[in-house]
Unconditional design. Structure first.
Length: 580
């Protein structure tokens, strides 16, 4: 089609004059010369203020082409195999189906002659075209061909797998590095875009599986089937990037990668372990700028926030944060330290590893291989004249004893324990071998926490819940008739999950004078919990229900992360005649 015809057709569809279209084309060309990859039709639709899909539907009608909503279609495997991965990704086209010996291909630019010629030559059969939005084609390509498929296609069967040891620390979309490097960068890039916190490379017998943890849930990413034969090269590339010994494959190793993505500093912690089918590699993505949350952003109730502010300014005592791995304990501790950080206070931490660097705070990284353990670091910290100490985790009797001694000699100590709830922290310390009277006199507060996924704000809709079901799960009886419930239907913004982001739910136990005798008498966690609830402590599930009623999360999320706390749901009735 001649350019003048194209100009008149597109201008007509955009309800503009050919002169206006020519101005748009010049602006688009200027943007393209500056590095923009936006298609001309997308640019015109945006300038005209029309949604891309609506604009393409009008254009399809004018051309006599079908318009496809790819999210509602299933691509035929035979059709997909008719177009090479390289052509599909280079021109952003998707073979959809074969009808009566004719291949139907979805494209976003019907005026790209190079694309049409390449597709028809590559297919070696009659081809008809349909229009679809470029963003939808990109998603479908990753879904049906797999993330990084074009990169693996470039490698070829016989390409040598030599690795470039020089690592470019800036990762950008569409990186044009060597194939292995480009593929690893693309996996990290996709994980960053999806807000993943972890990437797991897991060798299986017949495949290399890659899963991303997004908002606490693992999701397998689609990958090309030929990835398995590049497994050794990809894992070696990650080991080179993280400073590991690539020849050592029998022992676990740890490393670290510092990269910059879209101007944002990302610290990636890498761990490898040998498995039956090769080394399994885990990458944890730590975004430096996102940890510095103030207390009012963590999701505490006003009452809990005020109580915490009173505790963290005390001159001595221990504040413990408990919960499983990945429950946000480090985020809470860093928020506490940031709140009290000042030139008048000397704050020293001992961590494994130092996840985020805090300005003005002295941070020590544990290194067990040279004898620098939590206990050793903590022992020497006491000679450094600190006001506040943070111990990454109390794991053994020696560390616990030194932490308690520090609190009793005029230091404020923050640390973590792995227990399911706040009351269990006391029995855990006593089980380690600490005398109950020391626990009772040193610990000021224990906070248990979990992270729940928050409802996607873009597809949030009201949800009807059966009243009998609410009673079965012990939802507060007083709120059953009046509470409103919400959930996410699933949309493009949340990748159809219905959730976007996470927020903490908390259980704050303040050690009062009524609790200390129970601790000294080695009372059970259940008894301590009962007394704390009588004194006003809210359990994890109670705080979860409050966030459900506020429309922040769903019933299912609260139940998912608080299954171990079901026992405590009945303890509130103890005031009416339960055991003391």
């Amino acid at each position: 089609m001649a350019f003048s015809s194209v100009k008149n057709l597109v201008a007509s569809v955009a309800e503009a004059s050919p002169a206006q279209f020519e101005d748009w084309r010049k602006s688009w060309r200027t943007a393209a010369d500056s590095g923009s990859t936006e298609p001309l039709l997308t640019f015109v639709a945006r300038e005209r203020g029309v949604a891309e899909d609506v604009f393409l539907q009008r254009l399809a009608a004018a051309l006599g082409w079908p318009y496809l909503e790819l999210a509602k279609l299933t691509v035929d495997n035979e059709a997909r195999n008719k177009i090479s991965t390289k052509i599909a990704f280079q021109f952003f086209v998707l073979p959809v189906a074969i009808n009566d010996g004719v291949l139907l291909v979805a494209a976003s630019d019907p005026f790209d002659a190079a694309m049409m010629n390449a597709v028809q030559f590559n297919a070696r059969m009659p081809v008809t075209f349909a229009l679809a939005a470029k963003t939808e084609i990109e998603k479908a390509l990753k879904k049906y061909y797999g993330v990084g498929a074009e990169t693996l296609d470039e490698m070829g069967e016989g390409e040598p797998m030599e690795l470039d040891l020089a690592y470019d620390k800036e990762i950008t979309e569409g990186d044009q590095e060597a194939s292995v490097i480009k593929f690893v960068n693309q996996i990290i890039w996709e994980a960053f875009k999806d807000r993943a916190t972890d990437i797991h490379f897991e060798p299986q017998e017949d495949e290399l599986r890659i899963r991303n943890r997004i908002d606490g849930i693992l999701h397998q990413i689609p990958l090309p089937p030929q990835l398995k034969r590049f497994q050794a090269s990809l894992i070696s590339r990650i080991k080179v990037m993280s400073g590991m010994n690539i020849s050592e494959k029998r022992l676990p190793q740890d490393g670290r990668i510092n990269v910059r993505i879209k101007g944002e500093e990302i610290d990636i912690r890498v761990s490898t372990v040998p498995t039956v089918y090769g080394e399994s590699v885990s990458l944890r993505l730590l975004t430096r700028g996102k940890i510095f949350l103030s207390l009012d952003k963590l999701g505490f109730s006003k009452m809990e926030e005020n109580a915490i502010r009173d505790i963290i300014i005390k001159p001595h005592g221990i504040f413990l944060v408990t919960g499983p791995t990945g429950s946000g304990k480090s985020t809470s501790l860093y928020a506490f330290l940031s709140s009290i950080n000042s030139v008048q206070k000397r704050i020293i931490t001992v961590e494994e590893p130092v996840e985020y660097e805090l300005k003005g705070i002295n941070q020590i990284a544990v290194r067990p291989e040279i004898g620098l353990t939590f206990a050793m670091g903590l022992r020497h910290i006491l000679r450094q004249d600190p006001n506040v100490i943070m111990v990454g985790e109390i794991r053994d009797l020696e560390t616990a004893e030194i932490a308690i001694r520090a609190s009793l000699t005029g230091h404020l100590v923050f640390s973590t324990l792995h227990t399911n709830d706040a009351p269990s922290a006391f029995t855990r310390l006593i089980d380690m071998g600490i005398e109950p009277f020391l626990v009772a006199s040193s610990v000021e507060a224990v906070q248990a926490q979990r992270l729940v996924r928050t409802i996607c704000p873009h597809c949030k809709t009201e949800q009807k819940v059966d009243r009998d079901y609410l009673r079965k799960i012990s939802f507060p009886e007083a709120d059953i008739e009046t509470a409103k419930f919400w959930h996410g239907k699933g949309c493009e913004q949340c990748r159809q999950f219905g959730y976007q982001g996470r927020k903490g739910i908390y259980e704050l136990l303040l050690v009062s004078e009524s609790l200390r005798p129970l601790i000294m008498n080695r009372a059970s966690a259940t008894t301590i919990a009962q007394r704390a609830i009588e004194a006003g402590m809210r359990t994890l599930r109670t705080d979860g229900w409050n966030k459900v009623k506020a429309g922040e999360t769903t019933i299912e999320e609260v139940l998912r992360v608080t299954q171990a706390e079901e026992m405590l749901e009945t303890l509130g009735e103890a005031k009416k005649g339960g055991s003391k």
